[in-house]
Design a protein around this ligand. Structure first.
Ligand code: AMP
Length: 547
C-alpha cells in the first residue's frame, strides 16, 4: 500500500492549551470558588499557571504514567490540573466525590494514585477516608496558604498555591506518544465494583474535536459555555478541551449547582450555552418559571446523561426560547456518542415535529460508528422499528478497562465493537433512540416495554415531579411495570388519574399495573435514577395484579 507522505506528529492534550493561549489569549475562564467569590482569568494567563503547576508536580516527584487524583468541583484549579498532569505524561484521575466512601476508597486503591488533590470543601471527606487509602498517598489542598484546612488527620498536607510559587511560568512539554494514557475515569455501573476507563491524548483530542464539529452552535470565540456537568464526570463531556480549542470562554459554577445560583451566574456572565444532566435542568427551569424569564443570553442547553424528558424540552423551547440539544454517551465513549443537532431542513419543521426529533438522542458524532444487534449478535436494520443492543466503535471508544481483565474480556463483541448495554433503535436518517438499559427493560408476556418511554409519558402528567418505572415479577406475564412517582409540592395526583392519563399516551398493555407514591427517588452519584437502589427498597413489594 502506498503510504501518505505527511509528518507524523502526535496528538497532544497540552497542545490544546498552548494553542488557546496563543490564538485565543483573552477568552475568559470565570470560576465560582470554594473559598467564596469569583475568580477571573484567561487562556493566556492560565497557560502560565499550568506551566508552573507542571513544574511543581515534577518537583514533587510525579513521573510519567503516575496516576494523580482529583476530588474537586468545576473551577480554574481543577482545569489547570487537567492540563498539567497530562502534559507531563502522568494520568489525571478525576474522582466523583458523590460516590459512597467505600467506592471512593476502592477507586483510589485500585488506581494506585500517588497524589490526591482536593477542594477544601472535601477536607472532612478526605480525612475520614484516609485510613482506607494507600499509606504513601500524598495530599494537596487546592487552595492558598491563608485558606488551608486544619491538618488534623491530614498531616503532611501540601498547599496547591505553594506548589506553583516560584516555579517558571513557561514549559516545553515532553514529546509523548499520542497513545500515552492521559486521563482516568471510573464508571460506577449498576453491578460490581467501579471500572476504570483510561483515555489517551489521542482519544481525548479526537473526541474534543468531534464534539466541536457535532455541536457547532455551542462553540466559538464570541461564546461563553457553562459546564454544569462536573469535571469529575467523564472529562466533563470534553468541554475542558473543546472550549479552549475553539476559543470559547468557560464559566465554572464551583459548588453552587442549585437553580437560583446557576441562574444568577448565567445571567451575570451572559452565558450562551450550558451542558448538564436532566436533574440540573429541573432546578434551573423552576427558577426560570419563578422569575418569569430565562438568564440573559442563554440560547441553548445540552441535556445528556439520562433521557431528556419531553416536557422539559418543550418548556425550554416553547416557554423560554432556549434551544435544546439532546445528547447520549457513556464513560467508555469519552463520553459523547450522539448529539441532537438538527439540519436546516429539520429546523423548518413544525414545533411538534422538531420536538419529536429532539426526544430522540441525536445522531452520531464524526468518528463514532454504531450498530444494533439481536441477542445472537446479528446486526439489525436501522429502520427505526427494530431494536437491540447498541454497539459502538471509534478512536475515542474504550477497548477495555484499566487493570480489570474480567470486565475487559466482556467489553467487546466478536467483531471488536464495544457493547454499550443500552437497547436502542436507529432511524434511517441516523437518529438514535435509546429504549432502555438492557437490564431495565420490562419483558411482559414476551413483549418489551421501555421504562424510558413510560417515564417520559408519566412526566407529562399533571402533579408528577419525578418518576421511575421498574419491572416487577408477575406470575402470568413474567414482568409488569410499576410506576414510582414523586408528586409535585402541594399536588396530590390520584393513582387512577395518572393511569387514565397514561392510557392516552401508551398502548393499553404498556400501562403500569400500579403506581406507588414516594417522597424521593434514589439517585446515583451522577444524578441518574438508581434503579438498583430502588429495586432494593422495593424488594418486598408485590404488584396487586400478582398477589
Ligand atoms: P455514564 O457512563 O455514567 O455516563 O452512563 C452512561 C449511560 O447513561 C448510557 O449507557 C445510557 O444508559 C445512559 N444515558 C446517557 N445519556 C442518555 C440519554 N440521553 N438518554 C438515555 N440514556 C442515556
Amino acid at each position: 500500500m502506498l503510504k501518505g507522505m505527511m509528518l507524523d506528529r502526535p496528538l497532544s492534550i497540552p497542545a490544546i492549551i498552548d494553542y488557546a493561549a496563543e490564538v485565543h489569549p483573552n477568552a475568559e475562564i470565570v470560576s465560582v470558588t470554594v473559598e467564596g467569590g469569583i475568580h477571573r482569568t484567561n487562556y493566556k494567563d492560565i497557560r502560565k499557571r499550568i506551566a508552573s503547576l507542571a513544574h511543581g508536580l515534577l518537583a514533587l516527584g510525579v513521573k510519567p504514567s503516575d496516576r494523580v487524583a482529583t476530588l474537586a468541583w468545576n473551577g480554574y484549579r481543577h482545569f489547570e490540573l487537567y492540563y498539567a498532569i497530562s502534559g507531563i505524561g502522568a494520568v489525571c484521575h478525576t474522582i466523583n466525590p458523590r460516590l459512597f466512601p467505600e467506592q471512593l476508597a476502592y477507586i483510589v486503591n485500585h488506581a494506585q494514585d500517588s497524589l490526591l488533590f482536593f477542594d477544601i470543601t472535601f477536607a472532612p471527606l478526605v480525612t475520614g477516608l484516609r485510613p482506607k487509602l494507600p499509606s504513601n498517598l500524598k495530599y494537596v489542598a487546592m487552595t492558598g496558604r491563608e485558606t488551608m484546612p486544619a491538618q488534623d488527620g491530614l498531616d503532611g498536607l501540601l498547599c496547591y498555591e505553594d506548589l506553583l510559587a516560584g516555579q517558571p511560568d513557561t514549559i516545553v512539554w515532553p514529546e509523548l506518544d499520542e497513545n500515552t494514557a492521559a486521563a482516568l475515569s471510573y464508571t460506577s455501573g449498576t453491578t460490581g465494583e467501579p471500572k476504570g476507563v483510561l483515555y489517551s491524548h489521542r482519544s481525548n483530542v479526537l473526541h474534543a474535536t468531534s464534539g466541536v464539529i457535532g455541536s457547532p452552535r455551542a462553540f466559538g470565540s464570541d461564546r461563553k459555555i457553562l459546564p454544569v456537568v462536573p469535571l469529575f464526570h467523564v472529562n466533563a463531556w470534553g468541554l475542558p478541551y473543546s472550549a479552549p480549542l475553539s476559543g470559547t470562554s468557560l464559566v465554572f459554577p464551583g459548588p453552587k449547582l442549585d437553580g437560583a445560583s446557576l441562574f444568577d451566574l448565567m445571567d451575570r456572565e451572559k452565558v450562551h450555552n450550558s451542558w448538564g444532566v436532566p436533574t440540573v435542568w429541573l432546578g434551573l427551569l423552576n427558577e426560570m418559571k419563578l422569575r418569569g424569564r430565562k438568564p440573559e443570553g442563554l440560547a441553548q442547553v445540552l441535556i445528556g446523561g439520562s433521557a431528556a424528558p419531553q416536557p422539559m424540552i418543550e418548556t425550554f423551547e416553547r416557554d423560554f426560547g432556549v434551544e435544546v440539544c439532546h445528547g447520549w454517551g457513556m464513560t467508555e465513549m469519552s463520553p459523547i456518542g450522539t448529539l441532537g443537532t438538527l439540519t436546516p431542513e429539520m429546523e423548518q419543521l413544525s414545533f411538534e415535529e422538531r420536538i419529536a426529533l429532539k426526544v430522540r438522542q441525536g445522531r452520531r458524532l464524526f468518528m463514532v460508528e454504531m450498530k444494533i444487534v439481536d441477542e445472537n449478535g446479528k446486526e439489525l436494520p436501522k429502520d427505526g422499528e427494530a431494536f437491540g443492543e447498541l454497539c459502538v466503535r471509534g478512536p475515542s471508544v474504550a477497548s477495555g478497562y484499566y487493570n480489570n481483565e474480567a470486565a475487559t474480556a466482556q467489553a467487546l463483541d466478536a467483531e471488536g465493537w464495544f457493547r454499550t448495554g443500552d437497547v436502542a433503535k436507529i432511524t434511517p436518517d441516523g437518529f438514535l433512540q435509546i429504549v432502555d438499559r438492557t437490564k431495565d427493560l420490562v419483558k411482559s408476556g414476551g413483549e418489551w416495554i421501555s421504562s424510558i418511554d413510560l417515564e417520559n409519558a408519566a412526566l407529562g402528567c399533571p402533579g408528577v415531579a419525578h418518576c421511575a418505572v421498574l419491572a416487577m415479577p408477575h406470575p402470568r406475564w413474567g414482568e409488569r411495570p410499576l410506576l414510582v412517582v414523586v408528586p409535585k409540592p402541594d399536588a396530590k395526583p390520584a393513582k387512577e388519574d395518572i393511569l387514565t392519563y397514561l392510557s392516552t399516551k401508551v398502548a393499553s398493555w404498556q400501562v403500569p399495573d400500579d403506581v406507588l407514591f414516594v417522597e424521593s427517588i434514589p439517585l446515583t452519584a451522577t444524578a441518574k435514577i438508581s434503579k438498583l437502589e430502588l429495586r432494593k427498597l422495593l424488594k418486598d413489594y408485590v404488584l396487586p395484579t400478582a398477589a
